[in-house]
Structure formats: structure tokens, C-alpha cells
Design a protein around this ligand. Structure first.
Ligand code: SAM
Length: 152
């Protein structure tokens, strides 16, 4: 929800439109800015594929924020790299998964899903760090946010 509010602030007073499909819709509607949003609901990968079809070659977006299926971030990354222009930014939420990426895998209290996402995020962050199409950093705020600036 925090991300929704942040983006709303960014677009306040502007005429720019952006695409979103998330839980924040009631907040966007209450703020009276729903007319600026092209809501699309569905499986994230399928929605992004549809947006790529619509974009006809991609590069149409300045910024993307991913916060849906944590185990699909790799697939989102490939698609978002085509949708976001060179110089644009992609943000991935929850990439430190409660700090578990820096803890032993069998930390007491972690669920099987926690371990699954922990392992996935370790691989995802390593892959993004080695990806020469982006400049990447992980912000240690809240649950971790990985920022990628598309450079090629
Ligand atoms: C942590 S919430 C996102 C909250 C959102 N950032 C906001 O500010 O309201 C994760 C969302 O991803 C959605 N989700 C989970 N798996 C998905 C998938 N495969 N495709 C699309 N959305 C998915 C969930 O339904 C949930 O709404």
C-alpha cells in the first residue's frame, strides 16, 4: 500500500497515465485519480505479455514496480526490461524477505514458503547483480527493494 501512495504522490497534478493491477485500487479510487490508471487484472506474466503486445516493441514506460508473485520475479524481469525504456527504473519489493536471505535457511519459525522465497530471492538478487542490462542495488529498507536502472 505504501508503494501505491508513493506513486500517487508522483503523479499528482500531472497528466501522465500509468498501469497498475493491485490491491491499492480502492485507495486510488478514493483519491480521485482512477481516471489516470489503466487497471489490468490477471496473472502477472500474462498481463505483462499482453502489455508487450500492446506496446509494439516495448520501451513505453519510465518506471515499473513489481510486487506480485515473488517466485515469478525472474519472468517479470525479462518482460519489464522490454517494457521499460533505457534509462528507466524497475523496482522489486520484498527482495530481502524479512532479512531471511542473510539468515541460516533453517532459522526457527520460518515456513516452507519462507524458505522457498528466501532461496529464490538469493538467486534473483545474484542474477540481477550479474545482469549487464541493468545497474542494480538492493535498498535495505522495510522488506528490501531491489532497484534496477536499465542501461541497455
Ligand atoms: C503484497 S501484495 C501487493 C500490494 C500492492 N503493491 C499494493 O500496494 O497494494 C501482492 C499482490 O500480488 C498478487 N499476486 C500474487 N500472485 C500473482 C500473480 N501470479 N499474478 C498477479 N498478481 C499476483 C496478490 O493477489 C496480491 O494482490
Amino acid at each position: 500500500m505504501r508503494s501505491t501512495c508513493w506513486r500517487r504522490r508522483c503523479t499528482r497534478g500531472s497528466t501522465s497515465a500509468f498501469v497498475s493491477y493491485e490491491l491499492g485500487r480502492p485507495v486510488i479510487e478514493k483519491a480521485g485519480v482512477a481516471h489516470k490508471v489503466d487497471f489490468r487484472v490477471g496473472d502477472g506474466l500474462a498481463v505483462l505479455d499482453g502489455m508487450l503486445d500492446d506496446a509494439g516493441g516495448g520501451g513505453a514506460f519510465d518506471f515499473a514496480y513489481a510486487d506480485a508473485d515473488k517466485l515469478q520475479y525472474g519472468g517479470y524481469h525479462e518482460r519489464l526490461l522490454r517494457l521499460v525504456r533505457v534509462g528507466g527504473t524497475i523496482a522489486y519489493d520484498n527482495t530481502l524477505w524479512g532479512g531471511s536471505v542473510a539468515m541460516p535457511r533453517d532459522t526457527p519459525g520460518s515456513s516452507e514458503y519462507d524458505r522457498l522465497v528466501r532461496d529464490y530471492m538469493l538467486g534473483f538478487n545474484a542474477a540481477v547483480a550479474a545482469d549487464d542490462r541493468v545497474e542494480a542495488c538492493v535498498l535495505p529498507v522495510a522488506d528490501g527493494v531491489t532497484l534496477c536502472r536499465r542501461v541497455k
